[in-house]
Design a protein around this ligand. Sequence first.
Ligand SMILES: *Cc1c(COP(=O)(O)O)cnc(C)c1O
Length: 225
Amino acid sequence: MDTPAAENLAAIRERIARAHERFGAPPEAVSLVAVSKTFEAEAIVPFLEAGQRVFGENRVQEAQAKWPGLRERFPDVELHLIGPLQTNKAREAVALFDVIETVDREKLAGILAAEMLQAGRKLPCFVQVNIGLEEQKAGIAPAETVAFVVRCRDVHGLDVVGLMCIPPDGVPPGPYFAQLAELGRQAGVARLSMGMSGDFEVGIAMGASDVRVGSALFGHRPPPK
Ligand SMILES: *Cc1c(COP(=O)(O)O)cnc(C)c1O
């Protein structure tokens, strides 16, 4: 019998496939980033056993405690950093993660680039856009995004593959996702990381290449302590 993890995973993959098929938006495929933050290694294992390989974590320290051990058993895991990164954690982040989705300021771009050079690991990066211009959210302002992507590439040498956003709560996300897609076109990046448990189908309709799904896979998250 399938485990609940395998069932949830199959259900979400089915919804992704159906949304992608129905709306027919590029890109070719949508990658599911399973957001395992706050869940312990034992809760993550059933998803790995069910075949999921791409995971997202929002804290460097928490990921360091869980993933090296899991990686020994599942070496082909692809780990995305989806939370804010402090510059003093950049070295550890570069060592542990495979994709950095939260490049959100000039200083961080420079330090990440230096750490990647040092480590010999040129990681794909997303620029995080504060698409609703919300004070409490990280990200580059929409109006500055294209110029920032250019500087990340040309000044710092980062491999910017896409844009990422978290739209404001409590309002329809579609217009924000459409705006991110337009910024992606202007910046000349191929990937868009947009859509979470509550709105990933909307993200796909607007052209998401990566959706970040946590609670719909793992269940309700206990509030942070
Ligand atoms: C927690 C988190 C998610 C997943 O949220 P759910 O609503 O549980 O799917 C996605 N993206 C980011 C940046 C997050 O911090």
